[in-house]
Design a binder for this molecule. Structure first.
Ligand code: UDX
Length: 494
């Protein structure tokens, strides 16, 4: 099929490359001249596994890039709208880019077009696109608007696209549904998976995706409700993690115990610093507003958002508990991206925590395997230095903070870390380590939803008494009795 993808952000670029990979002829259009020039030169603007490979494989044959939406539309039967829908002040999605693309499509018509929303949009957007196109001269018989939401995650976007659990086709007519089915046929009949050189199947993927055919409004709701549900799962487990800390239980075991119930499922039950990124924060807020506009007060989503933000505060309280005062402290920060395997820092809990620490006059030595350039472009501060490995960050630091779940941070040389740190304190917002391993390396360890463990540290009596004071202080702040130990085999438990 001849396909246009308008928008070359995460969703647009990945969709364009993957449509080409499964055999379609794709033109990807974006008004950003610099971006398109770079893409035409093979420069990929995002850090995404397999994406450079796919773009190299198809660019110049089945995949091309243009700044002209008109050219892309005129050359295609199906147009996917994948432009940004950023949050406005009150949390509602700004749909002005979507409207502007709808206008451009209407003015470029040269035959029947299936116009497909791929960006995450509120329910009724398909009707608005329809109206905008009609107002701009397209006749109703010349086009149909469908919704085909995308569920890809950053970092695994290409495999999420090619090995999805489901393909949702929100179409208001059978011919439109048939076109959508045809586009995805190589995935639905499994033929793509047999092609030599196909992108390898991830371990936990469904053998064949489900094709879920519904109407456009339902498809729009499926996307918002899916993201809100996943965010709710994360906030739920984070709330449970707080209770674990209060009663000396272990969130990792609790999470395994809950997730083993197949009705609940183990995914998205990792406690940590809360969700960030370009989707969950924006989509939960937007869905809450959409519900309100439709006449439903979705209070549950308010709680999801509140718990999410509280999680950062709770971590900062732990930093204060571990270090007592913050002014003038030197902190090693591992992780800036909103999660591992991406260079994206949008709504990153890690960046929010760094900003808070800087506002308290800490100095921060930050390292991230991929997100430093982006962070540097947005965050400059006299007390913030970017360094090129975890060990330089740890050198002479009063504590080490792990803020992003990069695999690299789960395999640190702890003996080296211990020798470089000024005080043996590690605060892990992502639960990358077993507390016992930290204790064995002489490190005092604070994580999420698990009791803090302190190792016997020789020759540092001042620190021991500080930690004792701080533990009591932290517990008092939480309104519960100070921890007296528990099942974790710390050498010394303060
Ligand atoms: C998400 C959705 O998963 C995807 O379907 C949608 O299309 C876009 O939004 P993404 O934002 O790339 O994808 O990241 P995801 O892996 O879902 O993680 C989102 C956030 O939740 C991250 O900050 C992550 O660290 C956090 N998270 C995730 C947890 O805190 N705990 C978990 O168990 C899972």
């Amino acid at each position: 099929m001849k396909i246009a993808v308008v928008g070359s952000g995460y969703v647009g670029l990945v969709a364009a490359a993957c449509f080409a990979e499964i055999g379609h002829n794709v033109i990807c259009a974006d008004a950003d001249v610099q971006k398109i020039t770079a893409l035409n030169q093979g420069i990929i603007p995002i850090h995404e596994k397999f994406l450079p490979e796919l773009i190299r494989r198809h660019c110049g044959t089945r995949l091309s890039f243009t700044t002209s939406t008109t050219d892309a539309v005129r050359a295609s039967q199906v147009i996917f709208i994948a432009v940004g829908t950023p949050s406005m002040e009150a949390g509602a999605a700004d749909l002005s880019f979507v409207e502007s693309v709808a206008r451009d499509i209407a003015r470029s018509m040269n035959g029947f077009k299936l116009v497909v929303e791929k960006s995450t949009v509120p329910v009724y957007t398909s009707e608005w696109i329809n109206r905008a196109m009609t107002l701009n001269g397209a006749s109703g018989a010349q086009f149909e608007v469908a919704s085909n939401p995308e569920f890809l995650r950053e970092g695994t976007a290409v495999t999420d696209f090619l090995y999805p659990d489901r393909i949702v086709a929100g179409c208001n007519s059978q011919p439109a549904a048939a076109m959508m089915r045809e586009i995805y046929e190589p995935l639905l009949n499994g033929s793509y998976y047999e092609v030599p050189g196909a992108i390898p199947r991830p371990a936990d993927s469904a053998p064949i995706p489900q094709f879920i055919q519904t109407n456009a409004r339902s498809a729009e709701l499926i996307k918002h409700a899916s993201n809100a549900f996943l965010a709710m799962k994360i906030s739920f487990i984070n709330a449970v993690a707080n209770i674990c800390e209060m009663v000396n239980a272990d969130i990792e075991g609790v999470s395994r115990g809950i997730g083993a119930d197949s009705r609940i499922g183990s995914k998205f039950l990792r406690a940590g610093l809360g969700y960030g990124g370009s989707c969950f924060p924006k989509d939960v807020a937007a869905f809450r507003l959409v519900a309100e506009e439709c006449g439903y007060d979705f209070q549950l989503l308010n709680e999801v958002m509140r718990i999410n933000l509280d999680q950062r505060e709770a971590f900062l309280r732990k930093v204060r508990t571990a270090l007592w005062t913050l002014k003038g402290k030197r902190l090693a920060v591992l992780g800036l991206a909103f999660k591992g395997d991406t260079d994206d820092i949008r709504e990153s809990p890690a960046v929010a925590i760094v900003q808070d620490l800087l506002s308290r006059e800490c100095s921060v030595m930050a390292y991230d395997p991929a997100a430093m350039d982006r962070t540097r472009a947005e965050l400059q501060h006299k007390n913030l230095s970017y360094v090129d490995n975890p060990y330089t960050a740890a050198s002479g630091a009063d504590a080490l903070l792990i803020l992003t779940d990069w695999e690299e941070f789960a395999t640190l040389d702890l003996t080296r870390i211990r020798s470089l740190l000024r005080y043996p304190i590690v605060l892990d917002g992502r639960n990358l380590y077993m507390p016992e391993a930290m204790t064995a390396h002489g490190l005092n360890y604070y994580s999420v939803g698990r009791a803090a463990t302190t190792a016997q540290s020789v020759n540092e009596p001042a620190l021991q008494s500080l930690a004792h004071y701080s533990n009591n202080f932290g517990a008092a702040m939480n309104g519960v009795p100070p921890s007296t130990g528990g099942e974790i085999s710390a050498t010394t438990y303060l």
